[in-house]
Design a protein around this ligand. Structure first.
Ligand SMILES: *[C@@H]1O[C@H](CO)[C@@H](O)[C@H](O)[C@H]1NC(C)=O
Ligand SMILES: *[C@@H]1O[C@H](CO)[C@@H](O)[C@H](O)[C@H]1NC(C)=O
Length: 374
């Protein structure tokens, strides 16, 4: 029997596609934010994320990285963006969080025709999967970040801005800015700290070497604000590009409402590769991370049902993750590992990397399938 919701969805969605479906899918009786008919086509955007180049010391860490990548790839697929999710260093000299600067520069080389590059840390989950950034509001801006300009200009490396999610426009300014940050990343400690402390002088902020690239960005912006300010837009309300997971936990609800969009849930402080949490109990943040993924994924799977299957590039990235290298036959990894192997053997594969007759079933598709079956 075809469930009633499914019939309704088919009728509504052939007419209007995304917006109306989102309302149904979301389960959140939310006002329609945008009609897709009025929206411009998606910008050429490359979503860039990266996971540790070494297998995690915490056994579940690789799996947690895997679901993080899956969440980014699916979001990109849903909105017609490209996605890079490497698990190696782009530049062996730029380790740890500096790796993101190196990969952003690499993305600019690999996709020179893109309009935007969106960096998203791996300790995040995109939870409002239907939301897209309002690019038309960013005219003249080259860098869009979550932050507080006052604190940034005081030199607060922690609250001035958050480098966990950053949107760069493909311009010369962006490239030169990132090259400048990469150069700072090459300075060894303690010299690096000595230099950054000159600018990181906000009351109550002591230079924290753990904040690596973020310190360097606040340092650079503060030092040369006159030169940079016209290029930078700081966002601090309406849509949180960087919701702090504890705030959402206290709120008790991951869903967005009409006054505020919970776009990305950021598990700052939670180190899932090493089972550590700088601020409090580790287990709690892991549990919330998985919950966020499952919440987002259950919505994503319904929305992606009408989209083409994951493409070969994405399969290759998934299959190359430490988790899939170690668990090639796991339910999550098998489709990607098989797709890559078939391509290598020159077997039948359509241009999107689909296996003949098979749709790729990411994890939890089963759960969603059960819901549809009700
Ligand atoms: C698959 O994804 C990659 C990277 O995002 C992109 O370069 C490529 O064009 C995509 N292929 C297809 C057929 O969509
Ligand atoms: C930004 O920081 C300043 C200084 O700490 C504070 O007064 C202001 O309320 C903050 N703005 C927002 C939007 O949080």
């Amino acid at each position: 029997m075809i469930p009633i919701t499914r019939v309704f969805e088919a009728v509504v969605c052939t007419a209007f596609y995304a917006g109306v479906c989102y309302m149904l899918f979301d389960g959140a009786a939310r006002k329609l934010r945008t009609s897709p008919l009025l929206m411009p086509p998606p910008p050429k955007l490359v979503l860039v994320t990266a996971v540790h180049d070494q297998p995690c010391t915490y056994p579940r860490g690789d799996y947690l990285n895997y679901i993080s990548v899956l969440n980014k790839q699916d979001y990109a697929r849903l909105h017609g963006y490209k996605c890079m999710a490497p698990s190696e260093l782009a530049d062996p000299r730029l380790k740890f969080m500096w790796n993101k600067v190196a990969w952003l520069l690499q993305a600019m080389n690999d996709f020179p025709d893109a309009e935007w590059y969106l960096w998203i840390d791996s300790d995040t989950i995109i939870i409002d999967v239907s939301f897209t950034l309002p690019f038309w509001n960013y005219a003249g801006k080259d860098l869009v970040i979550w932050g507080n300009e006052t604190k940034m200009l005081q030199g607060d490396g922690r609250h001035g801005m958050n480098s966990g999610v950053m949107l760069f426009r493909n311009t010369r300014w962006s490239r030169e800015f990132l090259e400048g940050i990469a150069e700072i990343g090459l300075i060894p400690e303690p010299f690096l700290g000595q230099r950054l402390r000159e600018q990181l002088t906000a009351p109550g902020y002591d230079y924290d070497p753990g904040l690596r690239d973020q310190n360097a960005i606040v340092y650079t912006l503060k030092k040369e604000w006159a030169r940079h300010h016209q290029h930078v837009l700081t966002i601090s309300k309406q849509y949180c590009m960087n919701c702090y997971w504890r705030d959402l936990l206290e709120l008790g609800d991951l869903r967005s409402d009409e006054s505020r969009v919970h776009f990305i849930n950021h598990f700052s402080g939670c180190q899932m590769c090493t089972e550590q949490n700088k601020n409090s109990d580790y287990k709690e943040c892991e549990t919330e991370f998985v919950k966020s993924f499952e919440y987002a994924n259950s919505i994503m799977m319904k929305m992606l049902a009408r989209k083409p299957a994951r493409n070969l590039t994405n399969h290759e990235q998934l299959a190359a993750l430490p988790y899939c290298r170690a668990n090639p036959t796991s339910r999550e990894c098998r489709p990607s590992v098989n797709a890559v192997q078939m391509a290598a053997e020159g077997l039948v594969m359509d241009e999107r990397g689909r296996l003949t007759g098979a749709t790729i079933q990411p994890p939890h598709a089963l759960f969603v399938g059960m819901l549809w079956g009700l």
